[in-house]
Design a protein around this ligand. Structure first.
Ligand code: GAL
Length: 422
């Protein structure tokens, strides 16, 4: 299947302007006494995520009222746009005081390039080690050291849907396998409903990881990224073919905007389902004031019952941070229970800490917390959101997917992915 390639030119110009603006803004802290301010870099600038960041900033400001807070968020692309700006700033020796990244291998390039400080001693001084699950500390420990403070837990494998739309197409139960999905998708298509709404390239990558997870199961899925599962095996080829079929049931040829736009089509009933991380809950339930179970609903993506495909947003201390003392205070706010809870309920995330008060989480979030805390849940790491692959591999997956989008050759996609991970 040939798919239309959307022009990246506008985005590129926007990013270049942002890089120039960001580079031009730094470097005024030459004096011995750094001003009392903190510049925090993230990608939480869109509806459904900026509200969470604002809640955390308010908490930070409450304890640090004289510190000027510079919110250097760059919206979009699940961090892709921010990452472009950030890389230029780090290369130019113009780091912010703290920046968002994902817990896991996404951090390795910056660690190897000596761009971030080792926070192991800070964990010891503040007693943070006891506050996070062992699995999170393990995912954040690279070469025996820990370089960031985990703030959130998100679930990647969620199928969101419009209950009215699926009901009116005669669908009584959400699909629990991808082949069941194809059956209900045919029904929806017959009623002129888009079975699956999708967004820009990164959301297709997000779909890919969850089709692979659903088709292969957690063990083989994890093996894809650590070399234990052969990409050229018949089961993986079949899973990639399934991805192709699922994508063919989407509106991939006419996407625009970011992840929120994919949800918009589901809200209006133009589309029935979408696969997105559970930050979608903040957009639907808070930004759009929709009612869980009435206006929107969620189940685990097909084939992933009992599995939690996790990712975690985490904040760093870059080497040469111009306002180091304030940056440490920001990291302390990120590590605090109150800060994590303030952000979580607004952003549709769970706190990375273990000691949250369950009564604060309702509707979708209560189900996510129960799954996360259930010892029987099998936890795997997200590829798209940096847990199990590094930035270089992630960029190669983007290239492979762009070629697939252009030519629609599932066999070539398998070969391209095999050559990255084997
Ligand atoms: C993810 C991030 C989430 C959410 C999402 C969409 O990478 O971890 O917190 O912001 O991108 O922007």
């Amino acid at each position: 299947m040939h798919r239309r390639r959307r022009g990246p030119i506008i985005l590129l110009v926007g990013l270049l302007l942002a890089v120039v603006a960001a580079c031009g803004g730094g470097g005024d802290e030459g004096g011995a006494q750094a001003a009392d301010k903190v510049e925090v870099f993230s990608w939480w600038d869109g509806p459904g995520e900026k509200e969470g960041l604002e809640a955390l900033i308010a908490y930070f400001k409450r304890d640090n009222p004289t510190t000027e807070f510079i919110n250097a968020a760059v919206a979009g692309g699940a961090g892709g746009n921010a990452r472009t700006v950030l890389s230029s700033r780090l290369a130019a020796g113009d780091p912010p005081d703290s920046y968002q990244t994902h817990l896991g291998l996404e951090q390795t390039a910056d660690i190897q390039a000596g761009k971030v400080e080792d926070l192991t001693a800070m964990y010891q001084q503040n007693g943070w080690r006891d506050k996070f699950p062992a699995s999170i500390l393990e995912a954040g420990t690279i070469g025996g050291k820990i370089y960031s403070v985990p703030l959130t837990i998100h679930r990647s494998n969620v199928l969101w849907f419009n209950p009215r739309t699926v009901k009116s197409a005669g669908i009584t139960k959400p699909p629990t396998t991808w082949s069941q999905f194809l059956t209900v998708a045919a029904k929806l298509k017959a009623k002129n409903v888009i079975p699956l709404s999708i967004g820009p390239s990164w959301t297709q990558k997000h779909l890919l990881e969850n089709v692979l997870l659903g088709e292969l199961g957690p063990e083989k899925y994890t093996g894809l990224w650590n070399g234990k599962t052969s990409w050229r095996g018949a089961d993986v080829r079949a899973a990639v073919t399934m991805f192709d079929k699922v994508l063919a049931m989407s509106d991939v040829d006419s996407v625009g905007g970011d992840w929120q736009s994919a949800l918009d089509k589901m809200i209006t009933g133009d589309a029935a389902y979408t696969v997105m991380g559970d930050w979608a809950d903040a957009y639907l339930g808070r930004a759009k004031s929709l009612k869980f179970k009435v206006d929107y609903d969620a189940v685990v993506s097909p084939g992933t019952s009992g599995v939690f495909n996790f990712l975690s947003d985490t904040f760093t201390l870059p080497k040469g941070a111009p306002h180091r003392a304030a940056a440490e205070k920001w990291l302390a706010a990120c590590a605090s229970l109150e800060g994590q809870e303030a952000l979580a309920v607004k952003k549709g995330s769970l706190p990375a800490r273990i000691d949250t008060d369950k009564s604060k989480y309702h509707d979708y979030l209560a189900t996510a917390l129960a799954a996360w805390q259930d010892p029987a849940t099998v936890v795997v790491g997200s590829m798209t959101h940096g847990v199990v692959v590094d930035t270089a591999q992630s960029a190669e997956v983007d290239t492979a997917l762009a070629a697939f989008e252009e030519k629609g050759d599932a066999g070539a996609l398998v070969e391209a992915l095999a050559s990255i991970f084997e």
